[in-house]
Design a protein around this ligand. Structure first.
Ligand code: SF4
Length: 382
């Protein structure tokens, strides 16, 4: 599944306009996390390690719409936490569609069948179901047996009701290329339109710190997967050809953290979807007052192994706009899986990691008390 023609043209026109007006930094995808609370606790997740008072916060519908308008990105991805736990999630999706956005709702699908009636199929809307591989791989990744089967049943139900469904798959250092290839083969049988595939980011608060991929291992793994795909197995990815080429080590990209800005219950997260180094209160403040040069591979130790789509897909898109033939070549002939890797960014000048989680949580809890937001945003019982 690709983005439909009308939305594709709208997104293309937006990107072209940004280049023509010479805007150096612009958002492509708004990441909206209207809550941190989840109904799973995955070993590789660094998003849900907050006190209950924070996990009980919800970004109200009005704030979600303001974030969409303020940011202006043509694509909105709603993530979390588990967005289906938000009581206004159907309205939030409708509001984004009314604003002519292309909308993806990321979900672990445990509540999908129950909540499906809150949504309507739309050409510019898709559910992106979290599946980190086949039954054994996924249930291990989410630390709970039976989740894979429930997600697959929900995918089937959603497809039968006419929804577009993609799958988002995060890979770790224990991924077996042959099994991943088999999993990608099976997505079509499940009725899935396409997949988003990415290495996991080494969240410092994730419970399992032993299975994150480094850059070299990431490139080796993706070459091994794509090598199998180049033998006529037609996998559909919901990602640009040049980002896949980057994962296989054929492109040297600096990240574009402002390309996928993140709005959470605390404001606009600095500097990106993955790293939490504080918040800006407005999108303008995020763009204008973040010290962007302090982040990215080669600049900051916490970025050293990052190759995640939220940081590098916008870099690949910018490359495709400048050199459409490079993108076309990969799209037509597949990702090159042989030969030397493109040079990587040296790490010898990166600044050391700073760790301020405890201070930040304390600040956020204090802010909640001071601004008396808690009663307004606290969800009713789920
Ligand atoms: S490399 Fe870029 S996208 Fe990745 S964590 Fe660092 S700033 Fe974020």
């Amino acid at each position: 599944m690709g983005i439909p023609v009308i939305e594709g043209a709208r997104i293309g026109a937006y990107i072209l306009k940004q280049h023509l007006i010479g805007r150096k930094r612009y958002p492509l995808v708004l990441m909206l996390e209207p809550l941190f609370r989840c109904n799973l606790a995955c070993a590789g997740c660094g998003k849900i390690d907050y006190p209950d008072k924070i996990l009980n916060q919800r970004l109200p519908y009005e704030d979600c719409m303001s974030a969409i308008d303020e940011c202006g990105a043509p694509v909105v991805v709603i993530a979390g936490g588990e967005p289906l736990l938000h009581k206004d999630i159907g309205r939030i999706v409708r509001g984004a569609l009314d604003r002519k956005k292309y909308v993806t709702l990321c979900t672990n699908a445990l509540l999908l069948e129950k909540k499906m009636g809150e949504f309507e199929p739309h050409r510019a809307f898709n559910f992106s179901v979290h599946l980190d591989g086949d039954r054994e791989m996924h249930d291990k990744s989410v630390c709970q047996a039976g989740v894979y089967d429930r997600a697959v049943a929900a995918i089937k139900a959603a497809r039968e009701k006419g929804f577009k469904v993609t799958v988002n798959c995060t890979l770790f250092n224990d991924a077996d290329p042959e099994r991943v290839a088999g999993f990608l083969d099976r997505l079509k049988e499940m009725g899935v339109d396409s997949a988003t595939i990415s290495p996991g980011y080494a969240y410092e608060r994730a419970p399992d710190q032993d299975h994150f991929l480094n850059r070299t291992k990431t490139k080796e793994l993706f070459r091994a997967i794509f090598r199998r795909g180049n033998n006529g197995r037609k996998w559909a990815f919901f990602q640009s050809s040049l980002y896949l080429d980057f994962l296989a080590g054929n492109q040297t990209y600096h990240c574009t953290p402002w390309g996928n800005p993140l709005r959470t219950v605390f404001g606009w997260q600095r500097p990106c979807y993955l790293l939490n180094e504080g918040y800006a209160s407005t999108f303008k403040e995020l763009m204008e007052e973040t010290d962007w040069d302090a982040y990215g591979v080669g600049n900051y130790e916490k970025c050293a192994d990052c190759m995640v789509h939220s940081g590098f897909e916008p870099s690949a898109v910018a490359h495709a706009v400048k050199n459409p033939f490079a993108a076309l070549k990969v799209a037509l002939f597949g990702v090159n899986t042989e030969g030397p890797l493109a040079p990587d960014i040296p790490l010898d000048k990166q600044r050391p990691a700073k760790f301020g989680y405890a201070d930040q949580v304390e600040r956020q809890l204090n802010d909640l008390v001071e601004t008396e937001k808690a009663p307004k945003q606290t969800a009713a019982a789920e």
